[in-house]
Each structure stands twice: as structure tokens, then as C-alpha cells.
Write a protein that binds this ligand. Sequence first.
Ligand code: SF4
Ligand code: SF4
Length: 120
Amino acid sequence: MVEKKSSLRTWFEALENLFSSPDTLPPEEAEKAFNGSSRGIPVLVPEKCIGCSLCALSCPSQAITMVPGGKKTIGNKVVEVKNPSFDYSKCIYCGLCAQVCKQNAIEMRTDLPPIIIIKR
Ligand code: SF4
Ligand code: SF4
């Protein structure tokens, strides 16, 4: 059940928000902040992925789901592989998936626009 806030508390929060700086940055500032400080956004290089799921198992945010990735020749066998799919709304951009991948199939890209930047 949603707790009802007292009207005094609501007024206080409204006033606080009115005079505080925004929690988000305009796109051009966000991009600058992101490129200067972030580890980047995980992006799959599908040709390198062998579908081992190590990235999904290592993700602290459960932001990776393994999805069908088609057929691939591994050694001398043709097998159906799964590839990681990233849920960027859950991702905390920690870079662990890229670190654990033995195939270097995940790149932490800093040249892409940020998804969400929270100003602190
Ligand atoms: S990206 Fe790397 S760790 Fe993840 S499934 Fe593919 S090969 Fe395994
Ligand atoms: S960067 Fe971190 S949170 Fe995002 S998908 Fe990779 S392991 Fe998960």
C-alpha cells in the first residue's frame, strides 16, 4: 500500500525541488561528463561470442539475458549459441561482464551517448 505523505512534507519537497539544481544534465553536458569519467557502455561483438554465459552469471545487476544468437562454428562443430542481451535500464556500467569475458566479446564503449547520467 502506498503511504500517504503529509501535505506539509509534500510542500517542503516541492519547495526543495524548486530551488535545487536538476538531477539530470542537458545532453551535451551529460555526454562530456560521461566520456570523461565513465567505464563506458557494454556492447557485444557478436562474432567473438561463444555463448558461455559467464558475463550473464557475473553481472551484479542481472542486466544480461542470454538470447538465441544463431549457429556458429566452434572448433570443427556447428552449434546453436546464445548471446548476451543487455538491459541498459538495469546496467550500472561496472564493466564486470567485459572483464570476465575470455573472448573479449564485450567492449565498454565510451563513444556512445549516455543512457542516463545522474548528477551528484
Ligand atoms: S560475451 Fe563473452 S562471457 Fe558473454 S557469453 Fe559471450 S563469450 Fe561468454
Ligand atoms: S556493465 Fe556491469 S551491470 Fe552492466 S551488464 Fe556488464 S556486468 Fe552487468
